[in-house]
Structure formats: structure tokens, C-alpha cells
Design a protein around this ligand. Structure first.
Ligand code: AHR
Length: 835
């Protein structure tokens, strides 16, 4: 049938169905529409009082937050098997529309954005064909009509072509809801189908209501009004659980790496800042002088670092990151590359100056030659200063180029060269994390295809590493690169868990020059083999034999001949689990499985918990491909109420499916900072995670680090400035769960009718030492007496913990004396008892 006739036939049939629509008792009429472009897809039902809104079905997932995530002109149709297809316009400048699939209107497969040849895809409309395929028509700004056809699974779309279809294809149904008339699509569904939909919204509302509970509202609305008693009965039954439950999530967010954990004190040491890093930034950001600093790119030190400054009889200052903090008597390793330009020799004076400009450390550098050479000296601070500056003073007029101007404290963590800030690294090490996930987060998959994190740009000599902009609005030097991450893991006895992109950038990426945003269509298929090889090279670099592998030799040349013993690799981060992702993810996994069958692959199931589209599709994909991945990475940032009311989240997980890595989570309140309330909610949840340690393999609170004045995100586990490190209550909970961990869970039951969601108890055993650890949480505003049966608790057993008011942001973990069999837990308290 030609398109025109076919579409008219379909349109007439549909309109006949919807206009007849005398509702039988088993037939209900619904209207599906978008109240405005930011509100997503809504559903209303016909009642005796006219149209009544039911709720939001889904929303646009396209592109960046703020400017994008819009849904215009949604068009739906129903396939012969009763499933649904949705298309909608995403904006008026991208060569894509959105395409989605649902079985029941309630849960939706993650959206795909098929790329067309025209710059706009306006007002797409979708119609089913008798052969199970679908036709989609859209318009361009010039008024042309175009057409594409989709496979029954709505995943593959033919190249678009001109269409002569009549404008009638764009006729819309209308309905008046709460006094407003909307365009949309009318359908008849069965009463059962409508019940499924309305029950979903009822459940969602009940869940939302429960999740509103907050400890800091207890004074107004107390869950209990007098001291309570609960009983914990411990059994003899044990099960094996993961011995890697608590690890850390490291992402260069909120200045966690440059200006943070990476001990380099000079900002923009390579003169490579650009406006893409941050609006208004450039090659001389963080540098100053009495006259403009000259930056050139002739005969550079490295093609990856083309810019350098040229100095004659000038002084240039570097402000560090919010100043350079130095301590009296401490020694600092200074180095820079120099190339004499107008003479063969050049002298420099290197100083640290205090806020008044008075030198507090000084050294002389004599340089020579027209080729680049690195020069080093040591500066010893005479006084302590939290906001010193570095001065590089060129002596006499002869001009010389300077690059990679660097200053490191000699006191780095474990005295490593190019190392980590000691106080921060020690604070992290005290968590005894069983693994470190790096380098992100969103930073792994990056802002657009060009910004995907390539591990091989981050190893080798510092001047040859490839800097890039950071998705969080600043610059990445890559001085803290894969070698340094792996070394840190080894230094603190944590398994490395590198997480790299699944061939797609961040799902919230901006539109590129072609107007393609979000996952940007993924790395083009013809470039995927090279990308996959890059991932395989990383495993080879980490584990290979330097005698036979050039990648392993690089590692050896960097100072680590022995393999790093990499066991895990993460592929993807919070991606839209759409077709573009799945195709690339599967290719990557198959290649890794084929070459390195022992490496455990961790996949991703999107940014939210169940029942979000990515979570459902991600798990569906995982279960359909049990051979591909060992575990999947779940993320959820939620309120304290949510955590208190989803304590059974993992109780019903399929034990034979992939393991879970809860890679990013944190509880929050409006205070946006970790406090006793958020820490107790996390502690409660961690007792449940221990109970489910046979299915949950790893967890990591996120984000870990945030520098004062540079927060991209809240809450964070550790806040810091140039001089101070402030672990939060969230940190203490992570530390206690990690230090007192086991590999056996001892089953127990808690009897606390009506208040069990506020009480946590978990007993684990470390099979190597035989020690048992009992963790107890009382998140109630009243003291709790816990009678413990089946476990002897000596009165002198070691016990530590904390308590406070829900709002308190600072806590002290201290020894807490016990008094035998029954345990008294103060209001809002956490205890660990060693047995
Ligand atoms: O932890 C901060 C960010 O949250 C991560 O980069 C991202 O994965 C998540 O959305």
C-alpha cells in the first residue's frame, strides 16, 4: 500500500475507535499528552466528571540538564500485541527525535534518539503497520515532510526519505483537563489495564509518603514517645558474604584531584588552561605579573602541552589553588622545564612569597641550551603561610621559555614522587577501603565523545600526558593518572576498580556541532575496534609481562615492573541503557571476555533505583546475557526517609544473577551536608547490605571528596581546604563498617514491631581472625534497650560508636562501655561491638 493511502486508512481507523468510544464496562478511555514541554508525558482518564489527571508516565531523557530534557508533541500508537510506541520532538535543532517503547505505559524502555539526515525532526507522528513495523513522519523547518520506518522492536530505523503524506497525519485528539484544553492521543484500554496503571500511581504515592519521614522532624511527629525495648535473636546459621563490601568512589569532582588529593601546588603549571575548561580561563589563569604574561607555542616541550611562557627580565607569580599552603621548615621540590630562546644561558630566582610579598623561601636556577631541559631545586619554607605564592623571577633580559612549573611537598603520602597529599591520603587510607573505583563518575564517560576519559592519555611522562577539560567545569592535568591511581590502590591494599566509558559519553552531554547531544550516537562503529583495543591495552598495561608486552613495559619503565593484579573493570557509568549503549557495551564485554576471561566486568544499570527505565532495562539486559558481566553498578542518591523505608531492597534479589556493586549512594536531608541523621540512615542501610552481602559485592559512598569553595555536589564524605581535612559523620560510618567487616553473616532476627525501620542490627564474622562484629543502630528519638538472645556479650567487650542530634554535623567516635546481656542504645546512636 502506498504510504499516503496507508496512513489515511490507519488514521481513519484510529479516529473511528476513539470517537465511537462509548465506554463499555470493560473499556476505559485514556488521554495521553504533555501539559508543557518540561512536564513529560501524562495520562488522564475519562470519568463521569470529565477528564481526570492520573500522573506522569515518563519524561524526556535527551541531552543536557537545563537547556534540554524537553518533550514536544508526543505521539503514541499501540502495536497489535498491545505494546506501546512513543515518539516526540526533543528540540528544533537536532537531527533526531525520541523513540520509546512500553509494555504497559507504566514502565518504559530507555529512550533511543535515531539520527536522521535533516537538521530538525519536528512533530514526529507514529503509526503501526500490519506487518508489525512502524512508520514515523516528521516535518522540517522548511515545511518538508519526511518518513522513516522502525522495526517491530523499535530499535532500528531506516534512512529517512521525503514523504508526500497528507497533513491529516498530524491531526490530534484534544481533551480538557482542569480547565485547559490539550492536544494528545486518545485510546481505549481495558479496565484491567487501567487498574494496573492506577495501582502503580497509588503505590508510587504511598512510597513517596513513607520516604518523607525525617529524624529531624521527630520532635513534631515522634515515632515513639518513651524508651523502647527490642529483641535480637542470634542463630547459629551463617552464610558467606563479600569481603569487599566497603570501598571508595574517587572522582575528580569538586577539585578532588587537581587542587586536592594530587599534591601538586602549582595551578596551570603547563599553561594549558582554555576557556572550554571554564568560561574566562586561558593559558595565564592562576599566573600574574606586572605586565602581560607572554605565552607561545613554537617548538613546544610536547605536542600534548603546546603552550609555554616566555620570560625575560620579568617576574611571574602563581597563586596555586586558592593560595599555596606551606609550613615552616618543610621542604618543597621545585622543578620546571626551560628552553633558552635569545641567549644560551638564563638564570632564574625561584621564591615563595607570603601574602605581603615577602620571600619566605628562595633558590637560584642556572639554565642553558636551546633545547628543553628539566631543572630542579628544593625550597625550604622559613615561615608557615596558608596563602603563599610562587615567584619565578627571570634575571637579565635574555628570554627563555618555561613550562611544567611544579612544586610538590616532599612529604607526600608514602613519600611517592608525583604523589598524593599526605593528610588527605591518610584520611582515605584510614577507611581501609577494600577497593578504589576511579576516575569517576561522569568524568569517566565525559561531556561528549571528545571528552571520554582515555586512560592512555594519563600515563607516561607528565609533560606528555594529555590534559582535558573536566565535565565538572574545570581542568584535568592528568598528573594524577592511571599509574598513580593503581599505585595508591596497592599502597593501601585496595583492589583497583577502573571504570571506563562504554563507547558512549555522558547521557547529559551538550549538543555537538551537528546538534547531536546526550550519548551523541556513541563512538562511531568504525572507531569501536580501536576503542576496544584501548580498553584491552589497559588490562595488558596493568597485568602484562614487561618482557613481552609494550604496555607492561611502560608500566615497568614508570617504576612498577610487577603486575598490578587488576581483577575488575567497570564499563559504563549511569548511561541510558538504550540501543546505542547496548550494542557498544556488548561488543566491549565480548572482547574482554575473549581475551581476559578472568577479569570481572562490572556493567551499569543507570542513575536511579528500581523502577527507573535504565535500571529495569539494565537488569533485563544483564539477565539475558549472564555470560557477559560479573556484577552491575547501581546508583541512588536518596532522602533519609527513603533509606529507612527500603531496608529490604536486596532481600529479594535473584541470588543466581549478577552481583551488585552499589557504586554511588548517599542519604541526604535539606541540610545538604552529612549529619547524624544521614549517617544513621546509611548505617541502617549498611546493616541490610551486610545481610545481603551474598548478592551485594561492593558498595561505595559518593562523592568522596569536596574542596571548600569548589563544591559541584553535596553531600560529600570528606570536606577539605588547603590546610584542613574534615571527615563527616558519613565518613565515620563508612570507616566503622569497613574496619569491622567480616566474610560471614550470622543470621539473626529483630523483634521491634512498628519501629523496625529505625533499628539496625547485623552480626558478621571474620573467618580469618574468628572475630565477630555486632553493629547496632538506634535511629529513634528515645533510648532503646536491646535484649540479645543467642549471643554472649562480655561486659568488657570492646565497643565504640557515636550519638548526637539528627542535625549535628560533627561527631566523635568514642569507646562506649557495655553492661552485659541487654544493651542500652542512646537516642540516635550507632555502636560496633567486637566479640
Ligand atoms: O557522584 C557524583 C556524580 O553523580 C557522578 O559523577 C555521577 O556518576 C552521578 O550522577
Amino acid at each position: 500500500m502506498n504510504n499516503f493511502r496507508r496512513i489515511i486508512a490507519i488514521a481513519l481507523t484510529l479516529s473511528a475507535i476513539t470517537t465511537l468510544n462509548a465506554q463499555t464496562s470493560d473499556t476505559k478511555q485514556i488521554f495521553i499528552y504533555a501539559p508543557n514541554e518540561r512536564a513529560g508525558l501524562h495520562i488522564a482518564q475519562q470519568t463521569n466528571n470529565g477528564w481526570q489527571e492520573i500522573g506522569q508516565l515518563c519524561s524526556s531523557d535527551y541531552g543536557t540538564w537545563g537547556q534540554e530534557k524537553r518533550m514536544y508533541h508526543p505521539s503514541l500508537c499501540r502495536a497489535q500485541d498491545g505494546t506501546w510506541r512513543l515518539v516526540f520532538q526533543i528540540n528544533d535543532k537536532s537531527p533526531m527525535f525520541a523513540a520509546a517503547y512500553s509494555k504497559d505505559l507504566v514502565t518504559w524502555r530507555p529512550q533511543d534518539y535515531p539520527i536522521m539526515t535533516t537538521r530538525q525532526c519536528l512533530q514526529p507522528v507514529v503509526f503501526p503497520n500490519p506487518d508489525g513495523t512502524f512508520d514515523i513522519y516528521y516535518k522540517t523547518k522548511g515545511g518538508d515532510k519526511r518518513w522513516t520506518s522502525a522495526t517491530p522492536d523499535f530499535r532500528t530505523f531506516t534512512p529517512d526519505r521525503t514523504s508526500q503524506i497528507s497533513n491529516d497525519a498530524w491531526l490530534r485528539d484534544t481533551a480538557t483537563i482542569s480547565g485547559h484544553m490539550y492536544d494528545g492521543c486518545l485510546f481505549d484500554i481495558t479496565a484491567n489495564e487501567l487498574t494496573t496503571i492506577t495501582s502503580h500511581f497509588t503505590r508510587q504515592a504511598a512510597d513517596w509518603q513513607l520516604s518523607q519521614e525525617r529524624m529531624h522532624n521527630d520532635a513534631k511527629n515522634p515515632p515513639v514517645t518513651r524508651p523502647v525495648t527490642a529483641t535480637l535473636t542470634v542463630t547459629n546459621e551463617e552464610k558467606a558474604i563479600s569481603d569487599k563490601l566497603i570501598g571508595i568512589f574517587f572522582e575528580d569532582i569538586s577539585y578532588a584531584a587537581d587542587g586536592g588529593l594530587y599534591a601538586e601546588l602549582i595551578q596551570n603549571r603547563d599553561f594549558e588552561y582554555i576557556p572550554k575548561d571554564h568560561r574566562g580561563w586561558g593559558a595565564t589563569t592562576a599566573w600574574s605579573a606586572s605586565k602581560p604574561v607572554v605565552v607561545v607555542a613554537v617548538d613546544p616541550l610536547s605536542e600534548n602541552n603546546p603552550h609555554y611562557a616566555v620570560l625575560g627580565n620579568d617576574t611571574i607569580y602563581n597563586e596555586g589553588w586558592d593560595g599555596i599552603a606551606v609550613s615552616a621548615g618543610a621542604k618543597y621540590d621545585f622543578s620546571m622545564f626551560v628552553r633558552c630562546v635569545t641567549a644560551d644561558k638564563k638564570q632564574f630566582i625561584i621564591q615563595l612569597v607570603d601574602e605581603a610579598g615577602t620571600p619566605i623561601a628562595q633558590a637560584k636556577l642556572k639554565t642553558e641550551g636551546k633545547d628543553w631541559h628539566q631543572y630542579e631545586t628544593v625550597l625550604t619554607a622559613k615561615t608557615t603561610c596558608s596563602k603563599a605564592r610562587l615567584a619565578v623571577i627571570g634575571v637579565k633580559d635574555a628570554k627563555a621559555g618555561i613550562d611544567m612549573v611544579s612544586l610538590f611537598p616532599q612529604e607526600t603520602f608514602m613519600h611517592r614522587k608525583n604523589g598524593l597529599r599526605k593528610d588527605l591520603a591518610e584520611t582515605i587510607a584510614a577507611l581501609h577501603p577494600k577497593f578504589i573505583r576511579f576516575p569517576g563518575g561522569c568524568m569517566s564517560h565525559g561531556q561528549g565523545l571528545e571528552n571520554i576519559y582515555h586512560w592512555n592519555h594519563t600515563v607516561g611522562p607528565l609533560q606528555d600526558r594529555k590534559p582535558d577539560f573536566n565535565i565538572w567545569g574545570y581542568h584535568q592535568t592528568r598528573g594524577l593518572g592511571f599509574f598513580e591511581y593503581f599505585q595508591f590502590c596497592e599502597d593501601i591494599g585496595a583492589e583497583p576498580l577502573p571504570v571506563l566509558a562504554a563507547g558512549v559519553p555522558c547521557q547529559n552531554s551538550n549538543n555537538n556541532r551537528q546538534g547531536i547531544g546526550g550519548q551523541q550516537g556513541g563512538i562511531p562503529m568504525d572507531q569501536m575496534p580501536a576503542y576496544i583495543q584501548e580498553l584491552l591495552d589497559m588490562i595488558e598495561w596493568a597485568n602484562g609481562d614487561p618482557a613481552t608486552s609494550k604496555w607492561a613495559k611502560m608500566r615497568a619503565d614508570a617504576g612498577h615492573p610487577a603486575p598490578f593484579n587488576l581483577k575488575y573493570i567497570g564499563i559504563g557509568n549511569e548511561d541510558i541503557i538504550g540501543t546505542v549503549f547496548e550494542e557498544r557495551y556488548e561488543m566491549i564485554c565480548r572482547a574482554i571476555r575473549a581475551k581476559y576471561p578472568d577479569i570481572k566486568i562490572c556493567g551499569t544499570v543507570g542513575p536511579f533505583h528500581t523502577p527507573s527505565a535504565d535500571y529495569l532495562e539494565g537488569w533485563d539486559f544483564t539477565k539475558k546475557h549472564p555470560d557477559l558481566q560479573y556484577m552491575v553498578d547501581e546508583h541512588y542518591y536518596e532522602s533519609t526517609g527513603w533509606f529507612m523505608h527500603h531496608r529490604d531492597y536486596y532481600d529479594h534479589y535473584d541470588r543466581s544473577a549478577a552481583k551488585v556493586y552499589l557504586g554511588e549512594y548517599a542519604a541526604s536531608t535539606d541540610a545538604k551536608r552529612p549529619n547524624v541523621e544521614t549517617a544513621l540512615a546509611e548505617a541502617l542501610y549498611l546493616t541490610d547490605i551486610e545481610r545481603n552481602g551474598d548478592v551485594v559485592e561492593m558498595t561505595s559512598y559518593a562523592p568522596m571528596l569536596a574542596k571548600d569553595g569548589h563544591h559541584n555536589w553535596n553531600p560529600d564524605m570528606i570536606y577539605f581546604s588547603n590546610t584542613d581535612v574534615c571527615p563527616t559523620p558519613a565518613y565515620e560510618v563508612q570507616r566503622l563498617f569497613s574496619v569491622y567487616s567480616g566474610d560471614r553473616y550470622v543470621k539473626s532476627t529483630l523483634k521491634a514491631p512498628g519501629i523496625a525501620h529505625r533499628i539496625g542490627a547485623s552480626l558478621v564474622r571474620d573467618s580469618k581472625t574468628g572475630k565477630k562484629y555486632l553493629k547496632l543502630v538506634n535511629a529513634l528519638p528515645q533510648p532503646l534497650t536491646l535484649d540479645v538472645n543467642g549471643l554472649t556479650i562480655p561486659a568488657d567487650a570492646k565497643c565504640e560508636g557515636f550519638e548526637g542530634t539528627p542535625e549535628e554535623q560533627t561527631i566523635k567516635v568514642k569507646p562506649c562501655p557495655l553492661n552485659g546481656g541487654s544493651i542500652l542504645l542512646p537516642p540516635y546512636s550507632f555502636r560496633v561491638i567486637e566479640l
